[in-house]
Design a protein around this ligand. Structure first.
Ligand SMILES: NC(=O)c1ccc[n+]([C@@H]2O[C@H](COP(=O)([O-])OP(=O)(O)OC[C@H]3O[C@@H](n4cnc5c(N)ncnc54)[C@H](O)[C@@H]3O)[C@@H](O)[C@H]2O)c1
Ligand SMILES: O[C@H]1[C@H](O)[C@@H](O)[C@H](O)[C@@H](O)[C@H]1O
Length: 341
């Protein structure tokens, strides 16, 4: 860290999400600066670095993490590349904000968890940004207050206008998209997911040939709640994330706010965000600021590697339910001591 305590961050992966985080750290977040950008696509990293004072472009994550001006790492490469980047960050004992998913399967998430336990302290915040969204935070506060009684069901809708990245697969609807509902369910209800069922409606004609889109996913939890998720990555009309908790004495629903309502030409209405960058902008800002603030205090807060592992275990079960059918039970190890408090 510099004398004034500004955190030098290396951003690994500078595609859609990584570039957005670079812009955020450079222009929105306080107490941090982009010291390095890393991408296999050298030209992309160099273009980004060129616009930022004191920022160096790298293709090798290890070289970036070894640099004197790098104090922390933000990983925004694709999920399958996260494990290698995390293990490299552990070798340098650097704090990490790792975009979701922690890793794409439970075995690799376990390896990361074992490596972090060997360090003897938590180093990673996982990028489940919905926990920092104002609406989800209010819903959590309400459920925790007990005013509506015990939550019985949670209905979720998760709709992307078009494929989030080219080549999105049927498994990725679970691994890369429904993974958000896996985390938010665990967090909102403070319960673990114990079983997953995936129903397959007739695919939309908007979906590329062979893609099972939409999917209807059902979770059961160890607290007896039933949770459903409509996952759709070709809805065409915009980006929409909604949740409704059904409790013993009432319901609470979020995700309906569409900003300003306009009356015009015999109609009324608002607008729908085009994509996750717009819908969750505030949540990403809060998430990154919380990470920087905690890191500068020498703390690690937010979703942990345990949360990343739990989501990965549920994802793996979900992919089995998708490909083999039926109701599938989730298998997880006991929570290690490091993640109990
Ligand atoms: N929290 C959210 O809402 C949210 C939204 C979008 C993406 N994401 C996550 O962010 C990550 C990146 O997604 P994206 O949409 O930006 O993908 P993307 O394909 O747009 O960008 C990925 C970038 O990483 C680079 N890359 C690939 N392998 C690398 C490696 N080994 N080392 C360094 N760079 C490498 C690629 O060249 C590319 O520039 C994924 O984990 C994704 O799930 C999260
Ligand atoms: O990586 C993205 C991102 O996590 C979005 O929040 C989600 O809506 C997309 O479906 C997913 O592919």
């Amino acid at each position: 860290m510099t004398q004034r305590g500004t955190l030098g961050v290396a951003v690994v992966g500078t595609g859609k999400m990584g570039a957005d985080h670079v812009r955020r750290i450079d222009g929105v977040t306080s107490g941090a600066r982009v010291a390095a950008v890393v991408d296999l696509d050298t030209a992309r990293a160099e273009r980004l670095a060129d616009g930022i004072d004191g920022c160096t472009a790298y293709t090798d994550p290890d070289a970036a993490m070894a640099a004197d001006d790098v104090d922390a790492v933000l990983i925004a490469s694709p999920g399958p590349a996260h494990e290698a980047a995390l293990l490299t960050a552990f070798e340098h004992d650097l704090p990490v904000l790792c975009e979701k998913p922690l890793t794409p399967d439970a075995a690799s998430a376990l390896r990361v968890m074992e490596a972090e336990q060997k360090l003897g302290h938590r180093r990673v915040q996982v990028g489940f940004m919905r926990r920092y969204d104002a609406e989800y935070m209010r819903l959590k506060e309400l459920l925790d207050s007990g005013r509506l009684g015990r939550p019985l069901m949670l209905h979720n809708r998760h709709r992307n206008a078009t494929l989030p990245v080219p080549g999105f697969t049927s498994e990725m609807l679970i691994n890369d998209a429904v993974v958000h509902e896996m985390d938010i369910t665990r967090w909102l209800l403070d319960q673990e997911i114990t079983a997953v069922t995936v129903m397959k409606p007739r695919p939309s004609s908007n979906a590329p040939e062979g893609l099972q889109d939409p999917q209807f996913v059902i979770f059961e939890t160890d607290g007896g709640a039933v949770v459903d998720v409509e996952m759709n990555v070709n809805c065409r009309f915009g980006y929409q994330v909604q949740a409704e908790a059904v409790c013993e004495n009432g319901t609470a629903r979020i995700g309906d706010a569409h900003g300003m309502l306009v009356n015009s030409a015999g109609q009324w209405g608002g607008s729908i965000a085009p994509d996750f960058v717009a819908r969750f902008e505030d949540a990403y800002d809060r998430e990154v600021q919380a990470w920087v603030d905690a890191t500068r205090r020498g703390e690690v807060t937010g979703p942990s590697v345990w949360d990343g592992y739990a989501a990965a275990a549920v994802c793996e079960t979900g992919v089995t339910a998708l490909t083999e059918g039926g109701r599938r039970e989730v298998k997880m190890i006991d929570r290690p001591e490091l993640y109990r408090s």
